[in-house]
Ligand binder design. Structure first.
Ligand code: SF4
Ligand code: MSK
Length: 671
């Protein structure tokens, strides 16, 4: 493979902390994802979706005059099949995570996982309602909580492999959306069935019509968004609590200079919640002190980070591309990983330091790492064993470079909390949000989600697009590694609205006391965004369907197959979605690109586009938001109407004579 020219550390990351650690990696000759991305040129045939290896007559690479594979498969069929298989993998990853949580709940209520139980009773009752699980008996008395929880777990598991009908959770979508799915024939029947059928259809000699393949791709992805992921979110909330705002901290500066630093990385809250509990145990803390440490510092990477952050306020060490950099501080005693987004390269970086990489999931071992398999029946005991191992490494530390930079944030914006923040405990509602969009104080909403990608300057697109949207009075909601990028940038505190938001959005943030960028959780928690959008559509004033709302979804630095599944279920739910950073995985087929954009828009109201350039992402997003505003008959966006209210102006206003004060505050001549 041709060697590319190496980037400088500044060209590699927009995050100052990361740049310093990339420099350290270069100085001590430690290979990272950044150096490997520079050394390996991406294959542009596979990258464009034009390489098929679905059978042993291939691989068939469709380049130049070759426009068909050995079996006769066309460019569009091959591109669509490749995309479909990636979505099937992404949907499987999210959904298997959801299934795992359903089993945890079942084990807990059946007495086989004594360290777990129902933490959020309200959420349990709500989810029971969605799944048709009765909460009262025939006499109208409340059923025992364990019985309800058991039925909820079983009904959840049933969503994965039910024999008849369609997913129960689909009814959480607006009525109009449910009709679209029904009429298009893409209502998922069960989570697993759609994944299996998609793999079947894309086997050689089967479905060979790009549009038909891509229709089923939407069906499979919907089984993730409104099935596997939504269940994962709901069951996590039942078991570990529904998030609400907490003050927390982010970036590698959260590591303790003289503390035992343990990083949890991956996606599942099941073990990490126990590691949190173990690290707070006085006996374990005393053990850490006996080794000369001041205490124990937990921090997270990727979506395990988002899970423990939202519920426990555990600081964020960083996002996807910072996993190796965390070890390069020399101050991490153990990195405890579960599933998804974990670099195999961690092991070789860790070999240069005292850090132990500990894999814990029966689904994910890494050669060279220590494997301590997690068992729910002795969860806390295993967590304590892991924390003790980390403590034992503390005396082995060599030279450390713990960065000073860190940024505060206020995460925890579950849809339940947004309802509460806007409407209060008794009248939880999104009405004020809809009203702010209707009047034009908020121009629209962008969901900025997804990963980092070693081929794109780390965090650069997240930073650029979010800053632009805020200036344009667009509220940004985030999950995954995109959310971690904004947290590090300091955009997730209520005060950030004063500097970063346009005049209308700033007024809303000041009134409600929310940050201009809302952290809504991990990758599976994109289901929270679906829930908010569904609620906005049913609240009134913004049409009747998700496709009517002035909103855009995007993953500007995406890299994982899960991101493709998320993008596809958002489009199938009616959203305009942009995947950034490249021309995308079907760019070799005009036909596949047309089906996913114009074709899907006609069919389901949402469209998927791949746009490499940040400025173009912003331009098209704003154009889409304004188009949707116009279609709803909402006033044209006019920032000059806003910005005359708000607490931040009080000192400035008080300094003025009364008449000028009235004019400045209300835009009318004072008398
Ligand atoms: Fe080639 Fe067709 Fe086999 Fe794909 S399925 S590798 S296009 S022969
Ligand atoms: S962790 S899927 S890099 S968001 Fe959810 Fe981050 Fe993307 Fe993994």
């Amino acid at each position: 493979m041709a060697k590319k020219e190496a980037r400088t550390p500044e060209e590699t990351s927009k995050d100052r902390v990361s740049v310093a650690l990339i420099e350290r990696a270069c100085a001590i000759e430690v290979e990272t994802a950044f150096t490997r991305a520079d050394a390996i040129a991406a294959c542009n045939i596979g990258g464009a979706g034009l390489c098929c290896k679905n059978c042993a007559m291939g691989p068939c690479r469709l380049v130049g005059k070759t426009v068909r594979g050995v079996c006769g498969a066309t460019l569009s069929t091959i591109a669509a099949r490749n995309f479909a298989r990636a979505v099937a993998a992404g949907a499987s990853a999210h959904s298997d995570h959801g299934r795992g949580l359903a089993y945890t709940l079942l084990e807990a209520v059946e007495g086989h996982a004594p360290d777990y139980g129902v933490k959020d009773r309200f959420k349990l009752m709500e989810v029971a309602g969605y799944l048709g699980v009765p909460v009262t008996d025939e006499e109208g008395a409340l059923r025992p909580e364990d019985e309800i929880a058991r039925d909820v777990a079983i009904e959840s598991l049933n969503e994965f492999g039910k024999i008849r009908g369609t997913l129960t959770y689909l009814k959480r979508a607006p009525i109009k959306r449910q009709k679209v799915w029904h009429e298009t024939g893409i209502e998922p029947r069960s989570v697993d069935r759609e994944v299996v059928e998609l793999l079947h259809r894309t086997h050689i000699g089967n479905d060979q019509d790009a549009e038909h393949i891509l229709d089923h791709t939407m069906r499979c992805a919907l089984g993730d968004g409104w099935g596997g992921s939504m269940l994962a979110t709901d069951l996590s909330d039942i078991l570990f609590g529904t998030p609400a705002p907490v003050r927390a901290d982010s970036n590698l500066g959260v590591l303790g200079e003289n503390k035992v630093n343990i990083i949890v990385h991956g996606h599942e809250p099941t073990l990490s919640e126990m590691i949190v509990a173990a690290s707070l145990d006085p006996e374990i803390i005393a053990y850490a002190k006996s080794k000369g440490a001041d205490g124990i510092q937990l921090a997270g990477i990727c979506c395990t980070a988002n899970e423990t952050l939202m519920r426990q306020g555990v600081p964020l060490a960083g996002n996807f591309l910072q996993q190796e950099l965390a070890i390069l501080t020399g101050a991490v005693e153990a990195m405890v990983v579960d599933i998804q987004c974990i670099f195999q390269g961690l092991v070789s970086v860790a070999e240069r330091f005292h850090t132990e990489i500990i894999t814990t999931s029966p689904k994910a071992k890494i050669t060279g790492a220590t494997h301590i398999e997690f068992e729910e029946s002795r969860a806390l005991e295993i967590a304590k064993e892991i924390v003790r191992r980390a403590i034992d490494h503390f005396p082995e530390r060599g030279e450390t470079i713990v960065p000073e930079d860190h940024s505060e944030l206020v995460p925890g914006f579950s849809h339940e909390y947004i309802d509460y923040a806007l409407g209060g405990f008794y009248r939880g509602s999104l009405r004020p949000l809809n009203d702010a969009i209707i009047t034009g104080r908020i121009r629209g909403v962008v969901a900025n989600i997804g990963c980092n990608n070693a081929r794109i300057c780390h965090d650069s697109l997240h930073q650029y697009v979010v800053e632009e949207f805020l200036k344009n009075d667009i509220l940004v909601v985030e999950t995954g590694c995109g959310a971690i990028a904004s947290a590090k940038q300091g955009l997730m505190t209520p005060e950030a609205a004063l500097q970063a938001a346009g005049p209308g959005l700033r007024e809303v943030c000041e009134t409600v006391g929310i940050p201009p960028v809302l952290h809504m959780g991990s990758c599976v928690d994109n289901s929270r965004i679906l829930t908010v959008l569904a609620q906005m559509a049913t609240e009134g004033g913004l049409g009747e369907d998700i496709s009517d709302i002035p909103a855009v979804g995007m993953a500007p630095e995406w890299m994982s197959e899960k991101a493709l599944s998320i993008a596809t279920y958002c489009v199938a739910s009616g959203a305009y979605v942009i995947l950034g950073g490249s021309d995308g995985p079907v760019s070799g087929s005009e036909e596949a690109l047309r089906i996913m954009s114009d074709g899907w828009e006609k069919k389901v109201g949402g469209r998927l586009e791949f746009i490499a350039d940040g400025e173009e992402i912003v331009r098209r997003s704003i154009a889409h938001i304004d188009k949707k505003r116009a279609a709803l008959g909402l006033p044209e966006y006019d920032p000059s109407k806003w910005g005359r209210s708000g607490d931040h102006r009080i000192p400035e206003l008080l300094a003025l004579p009364l008449e000028e004060r009235i004019e400045a505050a209300y835009g009318v001549a004072g008398k």
